[in-house]
Every structure is written in C-alpha cells, then in structure tokens.
Design a protein around this ligand. Structure first.
Ligand SMILES: Cc1ncc(COP(=O)(O)O)c(C=O)c1O
Length: 446
C-alpha cells in the first residue's frame, strides 16, 4: 500500500465529515500533496507531478516562492493582526497597488478572497449608481458566495435560489463557436446585441461585470477590442465597468493588469488569487476615490481583510512579478507554448482549437461532427492525473483543457508538458471505448 493510500484510508473515516466535493478529481483518484516547489507538486510517496493548474491561477509566482515564504515568516514573527486599524504593511501595499493601477486616483479596499471582492463591487455599484442590478456573461464565474452566485448563469446553482436574480445575462464572445458564424478577426460583435437589448428594456442596471477571458469555465478568449466595446457601452448608458481579474490578472495575460492587454481602463478592478502568492486569501478592490468614497465607512470589510500577514505577502508577491519580469515571460513563454502545442497536437482531428493569451491557454477537444468531445476531455484529464500531470478542464461543455501554469515555468517544463499532453492524448485515443465513440459520430460534410 502506498503512503497516499494509507493517508486516504486513514482519512476515510473523517472524509465522511469533510466536504471534498470542490476537488475536480474523482474520489478514488484524488491526489494528496505534501510539498510543492515551482511548477511541481509531490505526494507522500515522493511522486512528482507537473502542475498545469497552479491553484487555478493563485500561484502565478509558483509553489513556495522563496521570497514570498521569507516575507510570510518574517511578518509572522513581527505582527499578524491589528483588527481593523492600520499597519505599516497595509499602507505600503495599498500605496503600491494604487501606484501601478491603471485607474486614475485609485483607492484600494482589501478583502478576503475573490467572492468577497465581487460582493464589494456590487455594493459599490449600488452606492454609486443607485441601481441594484448588473449585466454578467454566460459561463462567467465570479465565486461561490450567495451574492456572486446570484450573477452566475449556470444551471448547477439555480436550484439554490428562490429569490429573483439580480443580474441580466448576456452572451460572452465564444468565437470558435460563434452562433452568427463570424470570424474573430473580422467580427462585428453580433453577440453584444443582447447587451443593447437588455439595456433598452431595463433601467435598473448599474454595471457590467466581465472576466478578461473566461477562466474557471474554460479558457475562452474574446477578440482584442471586446473591452473597448464594453467601455463605450458603459459610457453611453452611465454604467460602471467591473473588471474581474481575479484569475486573469497579475501577469497571466502578459501585463500586470489584464485590462492593459485590452488597452481599456475599467471603473473597478478586482484582484485576488496570486495577489498573495497563494499563501493568504487576500483580495483587493481598486476603484477611483470618487466611487470608493460613495459608500458609508465600515460597509465593506471583514475581520481578517487586509491583515498585516496578507499585506506583507502581497508586497513580496507583486515584487516577484516585477523583479522576475513575469509579465514579459508570460507573453513570451505563452507564445512558445502555443506554437509547440500547435506543432505537436494539430495532427489529431480531436483538437478543434488552441487559443490563449500569455500563459492562459485553452485546448478545445471536438468530435468528428464538431460537437464537444466532453467524455474524451474528461478521460484525458484523468489519464494525465494518473500519469502525474495535473490538468484543469472547463468550458460550457467541459471539453476545454485549461493550461494555467505558474508564470515561473521553464521552457524545458513547457516542452515536457507538451510531450506529456500528447502521450496522454494518444493513450486516450487508443482506448476501445473512445475509438468506438469517435467512429460512431459522422463527420460533418463541408
Ligand atoms: C474570475 C473569478 N472571479 C471570482 C472568483 C472567486 O474567487 P474565490 O474562490 O477566491 O472566492 C474566481 C475563482 O475561481 C474567479 O476565477
């Protein structure tokens, strides 16, 4: 029996009392990790895994980055909590974020985790615009708190809500499967007609909330001018543009703020995940003073929000992104990753689309008729896990393999990842069930 099995057996008694349903692997295959370094994770038996998930984007700086660990330890020895009052590191970190923020006259509010930042943005919207509702996009994900789920247009959670939803749902550009048959490069945003229709019919909307690329639900990348279009709509209708960069910010798309890639300045930017190098559940709301000061003092906040420990780690985390030039690296290595993926995977008809910006890449698996190859994507994720390669899966039909490695990943690790994805794909394509499934689907005639 391996140590992992011993752990699981010992835990089974307790697992009945521990909700592990958030884990994206089946229970029998759930890995147990005891150590992480850079892009590698280790289980109790010393097995090494190559991590292409990086804590869903919480580890842009890699596992246990030495500078971030050192800042955590030093701060833990100095000052960990001050209730809601100020600390030196809280002031320093707010100053740092405000100085790099693209929003003029930025004021920073710290909170705990992504969903709470989303909730805060909703409160700010109500306070600033006097309107209670927002427009959010199909398949966007903004967290699992009651308020953020109330903007989440997915069947999985609808059974939870008996109260009216406080959002209107619009189509996010999904160019690979554009219902209007348009091409990304030449599109005229027919998908945004829905936004105009919603705005013409409803007068209770204060903001549009948007992800710079769809993250948790599959890496789907909109055309480059998408954000500018949304900015214009917001200006025309007097709405706030809330940019949820919780997953795509801090270097992932090749710039410190994802909105910089789109050359657009939103009204509110939400950051979390890698803001504290995966070591503290910190989030930040960035907005102009004008917006931030419209809310009554004390309305936003939480006991541990902006605690010294989180802020010290936050300062180190941003410094690592700057000092190691992780934004430039994300762009350069992302381009290399995409080229290698195209080179080594394009021969397989099951690969429908490979798209990404920086080190945020989605590989969409399709059947011969172009329909999503959901079962095959699931098998690929599981086979890869059994062979110690961690992949994440998403997309409206769960047929997109998301590659979100640490931005500190090396070229050699990218080469290794590409070859291991290819090897695992070939194993899946050789399974009798998969051969039968694929051959039972008629290709579309062109
Ligand atoms: C874009 C986006 N917003 C919000 C959240 C919620 O963050 P948290 O899980 O820290 O509450 C996530 C989490 O995956 C996310 O990807």
């Amino acid at each position: 029996m391996t140590l992992r099995q011993e752990y699981l057996e010992a835990a089974s008694e307790y697992l009945a009392r521990l909700d592990n349903s958030y884990s994206y692997f089946p229970e029998d295959d759930t890995p147990v990790f005891v150590r992480g370094k850079g892009s590698r994770l280790y289980d109790p038996d010393g097995n090494e895994f190559l991590d292409m998930v990086a804590g869903y984007g919480a580890l842009n700086q890699g596992h246990t980055h030495p500078k971030i660990v050192a800042s955590l330890l030093a701060q833990a020895d100095r000052l960990t909590h001050t209730s809601a009052t100020l600390s030196d590191v809280k002031i320093e970190f707010a100053e740092k974020l405000a100085s790099i923020s693209p929003i003029p006259n930025t004021k920073v509010h710290f909170d705990l985790g992504g969903a709470r930042a989303v909730e805060g943005a909703k409160l700010l919207t109500r306070a600033y615009t006097g309107k209670s509702k927002v427009i959010s996009f199909h398949n966007s994900f903004h967290g699992r708190s009651t308020g953020s789920l109330s903007m989440y247009d997915a069947d999985t959670f609808h059974h939870l809500f008996h109260s009216p939803r406080d959002y209107y749902s619009a189509s996010y550009p999904y160019c690979y499967r554009c219902p209007a048959g348009l091409k990304k490069e030449t599109c005229n945003y027919e998908c945004l007609n829905g936004v105009y229709d919603i705005l013409e019919e409803n007068k209770d909307i204060g903001a549009i909330i948007v992800e710079p690329a769809l993250g948790a639900r599959g890496y789907i990348i909109p055309p480059k001018t998408f954000f500018k279009k949304l900015r214009r709509i917001c200006d025309k209708y007097g709405l706030l543009l809330i940019d949820d960069e919780i997953q795509m910010g801090l270097g992932r798309l090749g710039s410190m703020f994802a909105c910089e890639y789109y050359e657009t300045v939103p009204d509110i930017i939400l950051l979390s995940k890698s803001i504290a190098g995966g070591m503290w559940p910190l989030s930040a709301i960035l907005a102009s003073k004008d917006i931030m000061e419209r809310i009554r003092p004390g309305t936003l906040g939480s006991t541990f929000a902006g605690a010294p420990l989180g802020c010290a780690v936050g300062i180190a985390s941003i410094e690592v992104i700057e000092e190691e030039q992780l934004c430039r690296r994300s762009l350069e290595y992302g381009e290399y990753f995409m080229e290698e993926l195209h080179k080594h995977l394009s021969e397989f008809p099951i690969i429908g689309n490979i798209d990404g910006i920086g080190l945020g890449i989605g590989i969409e698996l399709i059947l011969p008729n172009g329909e999503p190859a959901t079962e095959e994507a699931q098998k690929l994720q599981l086979t890869a896990l059994r062979n110690r390669l961690l992949l994440q899966r998403g997309g409206p039909a769960k047929n997109i393999i998301n590659l979100i490695p640490a931005l500190t990943i090396t070229k050699a690790e990218i080469d290794e990842a590409v070859l291991r994805i290819r090897e695992n794909l070939m194993l899946v394509l050789g399974e009798p069930e998969v051969i039968e499934h694929i051959s039972s689907v008629k290709p579309v005639s062109i």
